[in-house]
Write a protein that binds this ligand. Structure first.
Ligand code: SF4
Ligand code: SF4
Length: 378
């Protein structure tokens, strides 16, 4: 099927949706089925990584079979794979060679640093052994362009984008968490490709939205509104981690839908935000980040964002899942939860909303933490 394509850095153009292959790893038949469906609806971009278990092996086998059946996108597949930062030159070289051989391809279109989350990772890519490795891969024509995925801080991602070293970035961009949208716009303005990581699942479990969220987004489905919001911002491509053919239902409908938001869509988004704000009342955190830095390194905005979602949109399950990952995911997520607040009061005068930050952190910890003691929210 002919579908719209967006610029993606200096590489070949990509479809508005990208097939994420982290989930279809039960068997090669499952991978074959989702890749085939992706192709049939107009997707030409596959995102994978050696860290996704047998994903690359199954992709390689599936593409061989699909090629023999004459099923492939116009101008062939575009593949993004990744390498972890910090590898020494010889290990990195082996990793890249393994990716090529497992996928049975001659060249990786887009190679991303997988989880450029720390300053050390950026230094590795810009001037350490990573820089040497990437240069080797490029000069041997093994990769077309270089990018990064990041779960790191705003300032680190900004630095990476401004380094002019990367052609694309994969970022957490969500309707319900718009923190990194300015970074995405900056990257697009610099001519980089921007891929939104998991806008549905990590964007609030939008495949299984709360009744409140469904009502607030009506007449649109929450997932549809979330996808449209990102596409209308000009985000190059959105990942869709398909498990089965039916998971393409919304993407099929929106495969060419990157026009500006309609009045109805904009109204629904405003309505959703206003409803959430009204429910939160004087406890709404506007995510301005003025409260930082905290001497105890409490990530106040991130914790209060989860609180906004839990109590403003009834996304309790999602917020609890994310909250309880704090301190358990190394550099992939926050390290300190709300219980680390020592009530020093430093943040209080900096909050334009005059929030009782220490009390809200305590309440959030008690409500979302693994062993909630009492529910303070009415
Ligand atoms: S009151 Fe708590 S959150 Fe605020 S700056 Fe002090 S320790 Fe950090
Ligand atoms: S300053 Fe206040 S409103 Fe802004 S992020 Fe911090 S807590 Fe939220």
């Amino acid at each position: 099927m002919k579908a719209k394509r967006n610029r993606f850095g200096t590489g070949p153009q990509v479809s508005l949706f990208t097939l994420g292959t982290m989930r279809a790893i039960e068997s090669v038949e499952q991978m074959y089925s989702v890749i085939k469906e992706a192709c049939l609806i107009g997707i030409n971009h596959i995102e994978t990584a050696p860290a996704y278990g047998p994903s690359e092996k199954f992709i390689g086998e599936s593409l061989k079979k699909l090629n023999s059946e004459g099923i492939k996108p116009i101008n062939d597949w575009i593949i993004t794979s990744k390498i972890l930062p910090g590898l020494n030159f010889s290990n990195g070289k082996k990793h890249i060679e393994d990716i090529l051989s497992t996928l049975s391809i001659q060249k990786i279109n887009n190679l991303a640093i997988h989880g450029l989350n720390l300053n050390d990772h950026l230094n590795w890519a810009l001037s350490g052994e990573g820089a040497e490795l990437l240069q080797w891969a490029k000069s041997n024509d093994l990769i077309e362009q270089i990018g990064f995925s990041s779960h790191g801080s705003y300032s680190l991602i900004k630095k990476a984008i401004e380094s002019n070293h990367f052609n694309f970035c994969n970022l957490h961009l969500h309707l319900l968490d718009q923190t990194r949208i300015p970074l995405a716009i900056k990257a697009l303005e610099k001519g980089m490709g921007v891929l939104a990581i998991s806008p549905a699942d990590k964007g609030g479990h939008l495949h299984h939205p709360s009744k409140t969220l469904v009502e607030d987004c009506s007449p649109f489905l929450p997932i549809e509104l979330a996808y449209r919001f990102l596409l209308a911002q000009g985000i190059s491509t959105l990942t869709l981690g398909a498990y089965k053919k039916e998971d393409f239902f919304i993407a099929k409908k929106l495969i060419n839908a990157n026009s500006p938001l309609s009045k109805e869509e904009q109204y629904a988004i405003n309505h959703l935000m206003n409803k959430s704000k009204t429910r939160l009342g004087e406890t709404f955190c506007g995510q301005c980040r003025n409260c930082l830095p905290c001497p105890k390194e409490v990530p106040i905005p991130e914790i209060l964002r989860l609180r906004n979602l839990a109590f403003g949109l009834d996304l309790q399950t999602f917020a609890k899942e994310r909250y309880n990952l704090i301190g358990r995911a190394s550099h992939w997520w926050e390290k300190v939860d709300g219980s680390a607040c020592q009530h020093c009061g430093d943040c209080l005068p900096r909050c334009p909303n005059k929030l009782e930050i220490p009390n809200l952190l305590k309440e959030t910890h008690e409500s979302l933490g693994d062993t909630p003691k009492r529910r303070l929210w009415r």
